[in-house]
Design a protein around this ligand. Structure first.
Ligand code: ASP
Ligand code: MG
Length: 441
């Protein structure tokens, strides 16, 4: 049992209780509600499923109420997609959802069985049974509303409720899925709907790192990052959490705890901004290596041109990212933007199809670019971080092709072949390893 609604999450919370706080006699002690989400690698085989059940059991035995969200086992979803591709060149999205949603049901049922064997009451539910209502956009549905009554009733009866992630039901009563990686979103949305004390994301890494440890061996786990920092990191290439799940967490102020399913150590807490964060200039470095750049040279420098281009791309469901337009000369301007590499062909087709509606001199494309992003709440109050970043890249002889910023982020577009070198040089220059350790206090 833990105290609810007191201090912010503390760094020393034990494995048994998510938000252990010193219980003063005057404080009201209530049962905490934890949402625990386990990713595909955490339930990849029956051995791992038993391990997950043991962790859930420990949470229950510590006195917390528990709702569990599960991903499909290992690479199950990839396997199901491949199966559909084998059957049909153009599988109907409705049937895709029927197919893909089965993966999560399997892990749910198996974890329920493992929990029963440990002497715990548990029941598994599809997204639909759990009251997750979505729009009708098959394979990329959005959660519209959650009716958590059924889950609440299970909890009230002392059961662990296991919910199949990544899925819901539309108003037309069709099964829908939320897009790849959508189980994170299920977990955070449930935590918001149930007003849970924490949403724990169990995965195969121990938390959010200052940079990708596969590139920078000195990368350190960050004890605490803000929702907004995490949002920028997820949008800039960090794969720890699905972007949409972080959006939901920020919107509803859900504290997240990203941690390993294979170790007991504390992971990374993701919460609203805290005063401590103001001290750090840069929190982490994210990167993307699967981007491409398109440049439209000599477009007309007049109202409506950008609107025309980006409306056509949006209609084709292409996610345009960094956009740059230079100062017009002689009534002409150049417009450059990045798109995900897999969408490059489609984007070029869209532009070609615009023909006379988009008069311009030439279309250039580059499929060899990458992005490196610095993220940190400290940027709000510390000028000069961009200058330092550019100096470091200059010293490495790395050419910056585009620059894009927000109040807490600086992104540069560079050659893909230089991304890893840039990450290492910046990690060193901003001393992120010691910064992370300092923040651990
Ligand atoms: N199983 C789904 C996927 O692989 C959803 C998830 O794991 O979050 O994308
Ligand atoms: Mg995932």
């Amino acid at each position: 049992m833990i105290v609810r609604g007191t201090a912010a999450p503390r760094g020393d919370a034990g494995p048994q209780s998510a938000l252990q706080s010193p219980a003063g006699p005057a404080e009201e002690v209530v049962i905490a509600l934890r949402v625990m989400k386990f990713g595909g690698s955490s339930v990849a085989d029956t051995e791992k499923i038993r391990n997950v059940a043991i962790r859930i059991a420990a949470a229950r035995e510590g006195g917390d109420d528990v709702v569990v969200v599960l991903s499909a086992m290992g690479k199950t979803t990839d396997g199901l997609v491949a199966l559909a591709d084998e059957i049909s060149a153009l599988p109907a999205p409705r049937e895709m959802d029927m197919l893909l949603s089965t993966g999560e049901r399997i892990s749910c049922a198996l974890v329920a069985m493992a929990l029963h064997d440990l002497g715990h009451e548990a029941a598994s539910f599809t997204g639909s049974q759990a009251g997750i209502l979505t729009d009708g956009a098959h394979t990329k549905a959005k959660i519209l509303e959650i009716k958590p009554e059924r889950l609440r009733a299970e909890l009230a009866n002392g059961r662990v409720a296991l919910v199949a992630g990544f899925q819901g039901v539309s108003a037309e009563r069709n099964v829908t899925t939320l897009g790849r990686g959508g189980s994170d979103t299920t977990a955070v949305a449930l935590a918001a709907a149930l007003d849970a004390d924490v949403c724990e994301i169990y995965t195969d890494v121990t938390g959010v790192f200052t940079a990708d440890p596969r590139i920078e061996a000195g990368a350190r786990k960050l004890p605490l990052v803000s929702h907004e920092e995490m949002l920028e990191m997820a949008a800039s290439g960090s794969k720890v959490l699905a972007l949409r799940s972080v959006e939901v967490a920020r919107l509803h102020d859900v504290p997240l705890h990203v941690r390993s399913s294979f170790a007991q150590e504390e992971g990374t807490w993701i919460t609203k901004e805290t005063p401590m964060m103001e001290r750090a200039f840069v929190s982490g470095i994210a990167h993307k290596s699967d981007e491409a750049k398109i440049s439209l040279l000599g477009v007309e420098d007049q109202p409506g041109v950008a609107a025309t281009v980006f409306t056509a791309l949006a209609d084709a469901l292409i996610n345009v990212d960094t956009i740059i337009q230079n100062v017009g000369v002689d009534g002409r301007a150049d417009l450059s933007f990045t798109v995900p590499l897999p969408d490059l062909r489609k984007a070029l087709d869209v532009i070609e199809a615009m023909g006379d509606r988009l008069p311009h001199r030439e279309t250039l494309s580059d499929d060899q670019i990458g992005k490196v992003t610095l993220v940190g709440e400290g940027m709000r109050s510390n000028p000069g971080i961009a200058a330092t970043m550019f100096r470091v890249l200059a010293a490495e002889g790395i050419n910056i092709q585009m620059i894009d910023t927000s109040t807490i982020r600086i992104t540069v577009v560079i050659a893909r072949s230089e991304v890893e070198r840039a990450v290492r040089a910046l990690h060193e220059a901003f001393d992120l390893a010691s910064e992370a350790e300092r923040r651990g206090v």
